[in-house]
Ligand binder design. Sequence first.
Ligand code: 13P
Length: 302
Amino acid sequence: MARSTRELILNAWKAGTVVPALNVPHLPMMEPIVAALRDTQTFGLIQVARLEWEKFQAKSLKAIRDTYSQVKDERYTRLHLDHVPVLDEDNKRVDFEAIISEAAELGYGSVMVDGSRLPLAENIACTAKVVAIAYRAKLPVEAELGAVLGHEAGPLPPYDELFASGKGFTDPVEAQRFVQETGVDWLSVAIGNVHGAISGAAKSQKKVEARLNIEHLDRIRALTGVPLVLHGGSGIRKEYLLQAFRHGIAKINIGTALRQAYEKAVPESAAAARQAVYDATVTTMRDELEIAGSAKIINPGS
Ligand code: 13P
């Protein structure tokens, strides 16, 4: 029987390596991403966030599931539901329970609820509700604590100030309480990482080169004891990334690097856009994350 996503992420975590989770904001990106994972023998998750069917062309949870079903390769891929916010980037309330339930019915292998814009107690309460829904479907749940900025409209605060001050970083003691009280499987943390912009001119511009506070990550790791997740994975300085994978980060989300490759090439032709996504995925796996060949560690014997 195919291994569950819970087990696959645990395998990466124990081995000190990482599972890339690749966003699909445009449906034609799916096939070249899966092909690149297969050709580099890398294990990865294909994922979609709510904002990608609201603001990009992922269309719907079902459209993503159907496209995935046509091209999936279970030696190298599983399907994950990324960011379902409780309060979204425009400060609107979202019916997160309905979206998570729909994903479970459609056959997604894992889900994320994002209550990180809420006060701690409310984030815990909403996350616990999702854990209860997911438990019935035997799905692992990812949640977020701390502020991974970047999806909101308007400019980011200056990055160097943000990094030096540690403002918005996940608090390790809060993280311990959060994991204990929610029973969440994986925790997305803020340790210097930021999301690529999704609106305005910044959406097509080069992302700031983020750094990571590895000592801070160690403090979170020591108190939580669950696989940790790094959002905003595009464009982080490589020396930090490779350390982070050995210090508890078992899943890394990559969106902007692949989306920008697609959007830049699409005016030329659909074939050029397909090739651009394929090439960007191969480069990211092989040269930036250095995880080509990871399937034999994460999903052995399949
Ligand atoms: P980037 O777009 O910055 O790679 O982040 C992706 C992400 O974290 C999606 O959840």
